[in-house]
Ligand binder design. Structure first.
Ligand code: IMP
Length: 446
């Protein structure tokens, strides 16, 4: 079983960083395969917490090779800053490999991301404004600029010139924004090329060779299944393939190489940005009232639900088993890591959404039409909580309070996937590792 894909099963922010950090020491390569610096994960190095956006989390483990795959969009300025931050902490980035085919986020992508959001007004997606969508648009339109282009000044100048002939009129005539010159872009970007040159690689070949040598690869997903461009709540999604299949196209490996698919599932759900969210407990400032608004606020405060990338307060809601089942299906999950379970210790009772109701019809599956999702009312089961029990020190599953185990086993039954890792606090060691995971680890070592 050479490789594992780790994916978010909700709308991102499921706590992927901690689980990646926990398991990545067992891997020879840690690969990002989609997204860009719209992601945000905190990794722990000694006593220091580092907020990373683009770098694979595996960079903190000296034995792992961190790889940025072809499916990622790279803002070179952000990458260079992250490398400096890590080097400043004594973490070497020498082994970092960046795909020569990864697309480069340009200054006009960032300007267009903001302008397009403004144009959408109340229908805006709530993007991170990092230029992610416009960069993927250019990739699909076959006019993007790739890392390999950045390394060749002549080609880079030519490509920038061609791009600006299309972008400048859009920026000035449609959005009334400033235009760019080839010179100013080259002045900013060519120095990045000098720093990144030795890291740009044929990464698909590198990984293929590693697999032939029996090395273990961890594919580290960003965002989450419900933000996937194909399978998420379109158009309120990001622009890349966040599901497990994205690891194949975004890194250049065949599906047969994927042995294990680990879905990260938070014990409740959060979402940033716009779009449908059936179990949302609206905050008072968003028009919420009563117990729901109070419960949403408790989840936000107890779970520290503020974005690493944008600092925005995340929308919060109860666990949604409809999307959990859907995520199990579209990713082919073999295992689940349940995160932030300790946050639920604040409640007397805990709700779980088992189906949606819309126009008198009940859906226990992900509805085909977006309009159903927008109007769906959650059908809840209410379970007894374990208030007063501190879970943070528990390492053995059987030492969890009986109601906590009932909650976990109920989620397992609804989702159909074993919850093999259970996180009860932010630190790496605050994790319950169950038997089936240890068995899979032993298999991998064989
Ligand atoms: P974009 O990826 O910046 O284009 O934003 C598209 C949508 O995805 C917005 O709703 C963002 O809030 C959301 N999004 C992007 N990255 C993340 C993430 O890492 N966690 C959670 N939501 C994200």
């Amino acid at each position: 079983m050479p490789s594992t894909v780790l994916v978010g099963t909700q709308w991102g922010d499921e706590g992927k960083g901690k689980i990646t950090d926990l398991i990545s020491r067992d891997f020879d390569y840690v690969v990002r395969f989609q997204g860009g610096n719209n992601a945000g994960h905190t990794v722990i190095h000694g006593d220091t917490k580092l907020a990373l956006h683009l770098m694979p989390s595996g960079v903190v483990h000296p034995d792992a090779v961190p790889v940025i795959g072809n499916g990622v969009v790279v803002d070179p300025g952000v990458l260079v800053k992250e490398m400096a931050l890590l080097e400043g902490e004594g973490i070497s980035c020498d082994k970092l490999r960046i795909s020569c085919d990864a697309h480069v986020i340009m200054p006009y992508h960032k300007a267009l991301d903001g302008a397009e959001e403004k144009r959408l007004g109340t229908n805006q997606i709530g993007t991170t404004k990092r230029g992610i969508g416009p960069c993927y648009q250019d990739k699909a339109a076959r006019r993007g600029i790739r890392m390999q282009d950045l390394l060749d000044e002549k080609i880079f100048r030519l490509k920038v010139e061609t791009a600006l002939a299309q972008k400048n009129p859009i920026l000035s005539k449609i959005y009334g924004l400033q235009t760019y010159t080839v010179e100013e872009i080259c002045e900013e970007y060519l120095p990045y090329a000098r720093i990144l040159r030795d890291h740009v690689w044929e990464t698909a070949q590198l990984l293929s060779k590693a697999l032939r040598q029996g090395k273990n690869i961890l594919f580290e997903g960003a965002q989450g299944t419900m933000l996937d461009i194909d399978h998420g709540t379109y158009p309120y999604v990001t622009s890349s393939s966040c599901v497990a299949g994205g690891a194949c196209t975004g890194a250049g490996v065949g599906p047969g190489e994927i042995g294990r698919v680990l879905g990260i599932q938070k014990a409740y759900v959060t979402r940033v940005g716009g779009g449908p969210f059936p179990t949302e407990l609206k905050f008072a400032e968003d028009g919420g009232t009563g117990q729901d608004a109070a419960d949403g606020e408790t989840l936000c405060q107890e779970g520290h639900e503020y974005g690493v990338t944008t600092g925005r307060k995340r929308r919060c809601g109860w666990f949604d088993a409809v999307i959990a089942r859907y995520a199990a299906q579209v990713n082919g999950l073999t295992h689940v890591a349940l995160t932030k379970l300790d946050v639920l210790s604040a409640f007397d009772t805990i709700k779980v959404c088992v189906a949606y109701e819309c126009d008198g019809k009940e859906y226990d599956y992900f509805p085909m039409q977006q309009s159903v999702l927008f109007h769906a009312k959650p059908v809840y089961e209410e379970l007894p909580g374990w208030k007063g029990h501190d879970l943070s020190g528990v390492r053995d599953y059987m030492e969890l309070p009986v109601n906590t185990r009932r909650y976990i086993e109920y989620l397992e039954e609804l989702g159909g996937v074993p919850m093999s890792l259970i996180s009860v606090g932010p630190d790496r060691d605050q994790t319950i590792i169950r038997e089936d995971w240890l068995e899979a680890e032993a298999d991998m070592a064989r």
